[in-house]
Design a protein around this ligand. Sequence first.
Ligand code: DC
Length: 229
Amino acid sequence: MNKVTSQIPSIIAIDGPAASGKSTIGLRLAKTLGYLFFDTGVMYRAITWLALQRGIDIHDEAAVSALAEETQIDVAPASKPDGRACDVLVNGQDITWEVRSRSVDANVSIVAAYGGVRRALSQQQRRVGQRGNIVMVGRDIGTVVLPEADLKIYLDATAEERARRRYDEIIARGGKTDYDGILKRVIERDHIDSTRDMAPLKAAEDAVVLNSDQLNEDQVFERVLALVK
Ligand code: DC
């Protein structure tokens, strides 16, 4: 008699545009499966933060690429219960919250478009991903970093819906913001991320595309879990 075995995918790639819920869903999935969660966007953010910190001109591609090649970025499981999904360390310094600053938000798409930066960071990401038992979140995981991933999901939502979620998040944390400003920045980042020459944001041909406009977090998670199982 044939034994039927169902195998959980070991490398799971979740790609999609800014604020599409990739990190929330990816983290939840990783916790459920006991996998490592790796949000690759934090690496681009870490280089952006460091360049700004050192006064390097963000438009100087050669200088920013050199920085990416020489910088040690570590992404480790969260060491503090302060809402972080993971720790982000640059040359040993904890910059988990610094990488979420507005100045990083405003400049990270420029840095992520540089070929030298992408080569340096993709290589590091690939090494971590190949170890398996991992949920990796980004823009080009299924297309470039790990095209051999066992399951590829492309999480999408309209810019208006994504801006609304960001807005609600900030207000819920007691912050102040304006919806129109958020929407403008989401659209700008989408444009830069999807029109760059190298590894532009797009769904892999063999990715399952999931539009979350009409779904809440639990519903998206249920669908993702169904794909995994
Ligand atoms: O997901 P995020 O907002 O933290 O991503 C920050 C930036 O990095 C964004 O401009 C897209 C870019 N990025 C990328 O180009 N490739 C990845 N694998 C992850 C993020």
